[in-house]
Design a protein around this ligand. Structure first.
Ligand SMILES: Nc1ncnc2c1ncn2[C@@H]1O[C@H](COP(=O)(O)OP(=O)(O)OP(=O)(O)O)[C@@H](O)[C@H]1O
Length: 252
């Protein structure tokens, strides 16, 4: 099922694509023949009840996991492919940070993985830490960070190398409303500058801000389109109602 947005830049190569992917864990099918095209330059929201397969889908795009059937492509390359990783930013659901290191040392470490150093690394560290409002805590060990601060640092790290595709798994969980607004302003600004963003969320006001949405249930896509299209198709007044009508079920 192709996700299209009227204002999306039409590039022959989508930012991401899944073709008939299935992923099984033991007897459980987490994804079942799911296809999805993410054109460049859009902000796509994945919505689905807890356990519907969102994280599994995102992990296939990062190359951290492989499909049992079907194919995953990122920026025109079949995944998993190491050379694509420098063009992709990923923020996992649980923070992958080194607690014993300071935030600064975490940034230097991850920046190094992406080939950043010297003045450029310094500039990028300042930019991303200012974005998540953590400049004052650069030299604090991450173990002393609150849960929300760790989420913010993880987001900063995912943006460090100015990726073309940003994959965010529930990026605003544990983040207070004021900062959540400023993070959303920045995500929209990054999208305006051409970054493609795919995020998972359970928050309906976040879903409304996406260019396109994909509803997922039990490993299958039940509906996709712009928020307005989905509301019109379902005769709903809100995204939450559309989600329920179109087979998304209740969010956890
Ligand atoms: N490594 C794994 N081993 C076994 N089962 C797994 C594994 N990863 C995912 N699953 C199962 O696959 C299904 C989909 O999980 P997934 O984490 O993708 O859901 P989700 O939509 O991201 O949920 P949530 O909104 O709660 O994060 C679930 O039933 C989950 O228990």
């Amino acid at each position: 099922m192709a996700i299209q947005h009227p204002s999306a830049a039409t590039s022959p190569v989508p930012a991401a694509e899944l073709r008939g992917v299935a992923r099984r864990f033991g007897g459980k099918e987490a994804l079942s023949g799911l296809s999805l095209v993410v054109p460049r330059g859009i902000l796509l929201g994945l919505l689905g009840p807890s356990g519907s397969g969102k994280t599994t889908l995102v992990k296939l795009l990062t190359g951290l996991d492989r499909a049992d059937e079907g194919e995953a492509f990122v920026l025109g390359e079949r995944m998993p492919r190491l050379s694509v990783l420098g063009r992709v930013g990923y923020m996992a659901q649980s923070d992958a940070l080194y607690g014993e290191l300071t935030a600064r040392d975490n940034l230097v470490f991850f920046g190094g993985l992406y080939g950043l150093s010297g003045k450029r690394l310094q500039e990028r560290m300042e930019a991303v830490m200012s974005l998540v409002d953590l400049q004052a805590h650069l030299r604090k060990p991450v173990a002393a960070y609150s849960g929300g601060m760790k989420r913010r640092l993880s987001l900063a790290i995912s943006l460090l190398h100015e990726p073309e595709l940003l994959l965010l798994d529930e990026p605003t969980v544990g983040i207070d409303p004021v900062l959540r607004q400023s993070i959303w302003r920045e995500l929209l600004r990054l999208r305006e500058r051409g970054m493609t963003i795919l995020l998972t969320t359970h928050v309906m006001d976040e879903a409304e801000r996406c260019d396109s949405l994909a509803f997922i249930r039990e490993g299958r896509m039940t509906a996709s389109g712009t928020p307005a299209e989905l509301m019109q198709r379902s005769g709903a007044q809100t995204i939450e109602q559309a989600f329920i009508v179109l087979g998304g079920g209740a969010t956890a």
